[in-house]
Design a protein around this ligand. Structure first.
Ligand code: SF4
Ligand code: SF4
Length: 234
């Protein structure tokens, strides 16, 4: 992605001579937003937190069967009947307990994008981050969430084959593992806070709905009321 000079005074990615600015990284992933990153984005967009969370974000909930009690682990007896039906409908097992990963992510939407991939340069309709603008500009470049800043180095160098589309990762040997570890510590802290204080008290006006995954498989939509029911305060 590129910065939009009209909207941001930030420094460009140091590796930008290698980054193709193809925007592929903005079209392929759900971008996690941490509570500590929201204020910066609000200042950039000049909108309220409620408007940002409702208009630009959605829920992204992953559940993993788990047999031992721990952080963010809840008995399936708390799960709403509709969620249980969704799990069964997708032929998954109803475990006694689940590790629930409740994230807020940037919305993705179908839009006309510029694609430079496999030696092609074309315009096409694709799912992309809500902040990806024409010519692969990022509307919140200076305040973009950490995964965007670290990409593609958020992964360890030995995962290079996972990003065949990213010229930057293929050509740069930079090791951002320390920054990645720092980021993962922040994610862990966020999970511990949600576990201790509850999702609703961390986000106050969370997105109203989003997508539910069993492990990494999409199984259906989920509302914030259903999520809160699944994760009673401990
Ligand atoms: S996919 Fe890689 S090369 Fe393309 S914009 Fe993202 S970081 Fe740059
Ligand atoms: S916030 Fe910006 S950099 Fe991050 S995925 Fe969206 S458009 Fe790309």
């Amino acid at each position: 992605m590129k910065k939009d000079t009209k909207l941001s005074n930030s420094i460009k990615k140091k590796e930008s001579n290698l980054c193709l600015e193809c925007g592929e990284c903005c079209k392929r992933y759900w971008i996690t937003v941490l509570p500590s990153e929201v204020d910066g984005i609000l200042k950039e967009l000049k909108i309220t937190k409620k408007k940002f969370l409702e208009g630009y974000c959605e829920l992204n909930v992953k559940i993993y069967p788990k047999s031992t009690i721990g952080v963010l682990t809840y008995p399936s007896t708390f799960f709403p009947k509709r969620i249980i039906r969704l799990i069964k409908k997708n032929s998954f097992h109803i475990a006694d307990s689940f590790f629930v990963v409740p994230q807020v992510v940037l919305k993705r939407e179908n839009k006309l994008t510029q694609t430079f991939f496999n030696n092609e340069n074309k315009k096409e309709f694709r799912k992309a981050c809500i902040f990806l603008e024409k010519n692969n500009f990022c509307k919140i470049y200076s305040k973009r969430p950490t995964p965007c800043k670290l990409f593609p180095f958020i992964a360890m160098p030995d995962l290079r084959e996972q990003y065949p589309f990213c010229k930057l990762f293929q050509t740069s040997q930079k090791d951002f593992s320390l920054e990645s570890k720092k980021y993962y510590s922040k994610i862990q802290k966020y999970f511990r806070e949600v576990d201790k204080k509850s999702f609703k008290s961390i986000w106050v006006n969370p997105p109203k709905s989003g997508e539910l995954f069993y492990s990494e498989t999409f199984i259906g939509k989920i509302s914030v009321e259903e999520l809160i029911e699944m994760m009673p305060k401990k």
